[in-house]
Design a protein around this ligand. Structure first.
Ligand SMILES: Nc1nc2c(c(=O)[nH]1)N[C@H]1C(S)=C(S)[C@@H](COP(=O)(O)O)O[C@H]1N2
Ligand SMILES: [Mo]
Length: 399
């Protein structure tokens, strides 16, 4: 017998028999979940908030990935506004953290559906439910590893960045399927006038009370951490992992000189900054200090969400490249004294290299750079992820 597609759908759509007896107890019992919080309206409201948070988190994350791996075809990408990355990465981490209580509330609201019978009504229902596994799994993975990363707890064995990046696509793909499947239900649930909240019952949370509590929790989480980006709010942020003004020279440190193993080489009297090019340079710290000095007020904006502004001064990268006879259209790689480590060097596009605010900084806040901030000199450029603001620079290579 040939099973034609229509016959197949008909087969799958035929109502399945009632659940076996063991599945009519406990959570499977009909009418088991009576709370008005397990309704489509609450689920849709939370879904809307989560959708906004996830979309913001996704696009700011893509932007961060783009800047950290700037492709050569995008060499013309602007180095301004100066604080754009600070803003987008602050938003990335803030929306990710706020999503944690929102996701927990959403899962709680819809979890009675886990016991739905039959588990799949038809093929498309089965696909839709399968995609939920991916959505819930992916979202949980993103939020948990993201939170661990922000807290500097690298307990996982895999490399965070690519895992976080690729899981983002899986999660957003599953989210789009979910939105596609639920859009009309959510629209209806959100646009209809809410059925009157049942007369308040003592000790039972109303729908509005529940949503307010969840919203307030997300707000508290945000306030408790946003101070690592928004300096004036740092007093309100006991959970911020870094404080904008705490550290040597009133600036946080990510990797210290000791853990980068550069304490000896950085203080070596034989230190030279080498620049390759048509007229190669080899400059001692004294030579560098004797060159024309420029100032720039620029933030360090770490991918982990904290950021802080420094008053830097030093030699314009553009001036150095001119002295070495390097053309205005060239990319360069800035290398540190560090022997190993993921961030021991970074590439600089022509636009960034020629921005007058891009410095090889020798001083911070009017003082010579602290060893932990990159003494003898470090790269500091506008609109640039912290991981690319290379410290302890000793070589600039034309690409
Ligand atoms: N050579 C080198 N430079 C580096 C790093 C590093 O590990 N090695 N860490 C980067 C990271 S992740 C950040 S956020 C900034 C922090 O700069 P700060 O420690 O001076 O605040 O330095 C960047 N420069
Ligand atoms: Mo960083």
């Amino acid at each position: 017998m040939v099973l034609r597609p229509r016959a197949l759908t008909g087969l799958l759509q035929r109502p399945l028999p009632a659940p076996p007896k063991v599945l009519r107890r406990g959570p499977f019992r009909a009418g088991r979940f009576t709370s008005s919080l397990h309704t489509e309206r609450v689920a849709a409201q939370l879904g809307l908030w989560l959708g906004i948070a996830f979309a913001t988190c996704f696009f700011t994350g893509l932007f961060s990935h783009f800047l950290q791996n700037q492709p050569h075809w995008a060499a013309g990408f602007s180095s301004r506004p100066v604080s754009l990355y600070r803003l987008t990465q602050g938003l990335h981490v803030a929306t990710g953290l706020a999503s944690i209580p929102l996701l927990l509330a959403k899962l709680w609201t819809v979890y009675p559906k886990l016991w739905e019978w039959p588990p799949a009504r038809n093929l498309s229902h089965a696909v839709e439910r399968g995609s939920l596994l991916l959505l819930v799994g992916g979202a949980t993975f993103q939020l948990v590893t993201g939170l661990m990363n922000v807290a500097g707890w690298y307990a996982f064995r895999f490399f965070f960045t690519p895992a976080h990046y690729w899981t983002a696509y899986l999660t957003i793909g599953a989210l789009l399927i979910h939105i596609g499947a639920k859009l009309s239900i959510a629209r209806r649930a959100l646009s209809s006038t809410p059925p009157d909240d049942p007369a308040p019952v003592r000790g039972v949370l109303s729908r509005r009370g529940f949503l307010t509590t969840v919203g307030a929790t997300a707000g508290v989480v945000t306030l408790a951490t946003i101070g690592e980006t928004v300096g004036p709010l740092s007093g309100l942020s006991p959970l911020a992992t870094r404080r904008a003004s705490v550290g040597p020279q009133h600036l946080p440190v990510n990797k210290s000189a000791v853990s980068a193993r550069v304490t000896k080489t950085a203080h070596d009297p034989a230190y030279r900054l080498v620049v390759t090019g048509p007229r190669p340079l080899s400059l001692s710290l004294e030579d560098l200090s004797a060159l024309p000095q420029s100032a720039a007020v620029l933030p360090i904006a770490c991918v982990e969400g904290w950021s802080a502004v420094g008053h830097w001064s030093g030699v314009r990268l553009s001036d150095l490249l001119d002295r070495a006879g390097i053309g205005h259209d060239r990319w360069v790689r800035v290398e540190s004294l560090e022997r190993s480590g993921l961030y021991k060097s970074s590439e600089v596009s022509p636009v960034y290299a020629r921005d007058p605010l891009t410095l090889l900084a020798l001083r911070l806040g009017g003082q010579p750079l602290a060893l932990d901030h990159g003494y003898p000199c470090r790269l500091i450029a506008p609109n640039r992820p912290g991981v690319l603001q290379t410290k302890w620079v000793h070589k600039i290579v034309v690409l």
